[in-house]
Design a protein around this ligand. Structure first.
Ligand code: NI
Length: 258
């Protein structure tokens, strides 16, 4: 059976898609994309994600609050998030994590809501989509202390070196691979992709951001995932078809869509 591309991480609610969202989304199935997981980063985008999952058969959703938006969370809003997790097409908690690049909100605030959302994922038995930037060790330590491996999930847009990849793989996490792997200067990520087992890699765009070569710098969409799959195949010395097939199987397993 032919298996199409599984897009594990997109932000189609983003305003960059306002002009042609419907046309673009409708064109995905006929262009080799069979499932899309739309990922929230705030309470507002969680609502938009829920809407998209109701509008399109092939779109599933992840809801959660990104570290950069962590200060918008309160007990009451957390409760709202928690209740939304039982909606039929919600397949993950995310994106959640730590981002020390901007240090805003301060790490202490990011950590509190990261820990709470890890506990939520365990309670709801849903995998997590982890955003981790310039915060490798804290991300690892908090996941470890919070028994994040019980929920599992993906370290999305993986950006650390092989040693850190090994630690997250040993904990049972998948690594999300996107457009960056096609960039000439992304030696570190190319090395991680060559090293990590294909059974633990997922294809993701993070669109509208991170478009791969040859469309680097332009608005990204799931239509570009073929370039990511080709690069992974080249790095591993295997066929692109195998990358597409296996990463789709991995995604179905992680999101419990078997
Ligand atoms: Ni994202």
């Amino acid at each position: 059976m032919e298996r199409k591309i599984f897009e594990t991480h997109a932000h189609y609610e983003d305003k960059q898609f306002d002009e042609d969202r419907e046309t673009l989304l409708k064109s995905l199935p006929e262009n080799g994309i069979d499932v899309v997981v739309n990922v929230s980063s705030s309470l507002e985008t969680a609502k938009e994600t829920l809407k998209l999952t109701r509008q399109y058969d092939f779109i599933y959703g992840a809801i959660g609050v990104h570290p950069e938006a962590a200060s918008e969370l309160t007990e009451e809003r957390f409760q709202w998030l928690s209740e939304r997790m039982s909606e039929e097409k919600i397949v993950a908690v995310g994106e959640i994590g730590l981002d020390y690049y901007w240090k805003e909100p301060e790490p202490a605030v990011q950590k509190i809501w990261f820990e709470r959302q890890i506990a939520l994922a365990r309670e709801k038995k849903l995998p997590m989509i982890i955003h981790s930037r310039d915060a490798a060790q804290d991300t690892y330590d908090i996941l470890k202390a919070g028994h994040g491996e019980e929920a599992g999930g993906v370290i999305h847009c993986f950006s650390y070196a092989r040693e850190m990849a090994k630690k997250f793989l040993d904990m049972g996490f998948y690594l999300g691979i996107g457009g960056v792997v096609t960039f000439k200067n992304s030696k570190k990520l190319k090395d991680v992709v060559a090293y990590a087992p294909l059974e633990r890699l997922l294809l993701e765009t993070d669109c509208p951001y991170m478009a791969p070569v040859p469309n680097r710098g332009k608005r990204n969409s799931s239509l570009n995932l073929i370039y990511v799959a080709r690069e992974i195949a080249a790095l591993k010395g295997i066929e692109t078809e195998e990358v597409i097939w296996k990463t789709a199987e991995n995604a179905r397993k992680m999101y419990q869509l078997q």
